[in-house]
Design a protein around this ligand. Structure first.
Ligand code: DQA
Length: 145
């Protein structure tokens, strides 16, 4: 069975109460369970991790080299600022799909720039929790059944 890391960046632990009009009303745990269930149905094991710390996210990406076949990654605000996360994605050599709950292009201009998109397989933005589901389906295709 192929294994997937579902990695969430800063402030996503507050989902459910954080700006629900922008990010939806599901909690992070509820999203994780939905993606793990969809993963099981698709023959993929999904392990979930969230951190508010850039270094911990980098460590998680490095560790993923040892066990994961692909990564679904919502880097939160670090999307727009982190050269270090971009370098980590380049370094690990496994496919990473960038995911955002909100449509970043319909929001403030600073959210239109992603430092990580160019080193990801692709990017999904604007479909609420389904963005993660679409990311899972994309990885399933990339990894082959
Ligand atoms: C986000 C979009 C980012 O701009 C923001 O900083 C987040 C969440 C999203 O999922 O829509 O924290 O990545």
């Amino acid at each position: 069975m192929k294994s997937i890391l579902l990695l969430h960046g800063p402030n996503l632990n507050l989902l459910g109460t954080r700006e629900p009009a922008v990010y939806g009303s599901l909690t992070l745990d509820e999203i994780n369970v939905r993606i793990q269930t969809a993963g099981k149905e698709a023959g993929l094991e999904v392990r979930c991790l969230q951190s508010n710390h850039e270094g911990a996210l980098i460590d998680a990406l490095h560790d993923a080299r040892n066990w994961a076949d692909g990564v679904i990654f919502n880097p939160g605000g670090y999307t727009h600022t982190s050269v270090a996360l971009r370098d980590a994605i380049s370094a690990i050599g496994i496919p990473v799909v960038e995911v955002h709950l909100s449509n970043v292009y319909a929001r403030e201009e600073f959210r239109h720039t992603s430092l990580i998109s160019a080193v990801c397989k692709g990017k999904i933005s604007g479909f609420g929790w389904h963005s993660y589901w679409l990311g899972l389906m994309a990885l399933k295709e990339i990894l082959g059944d």
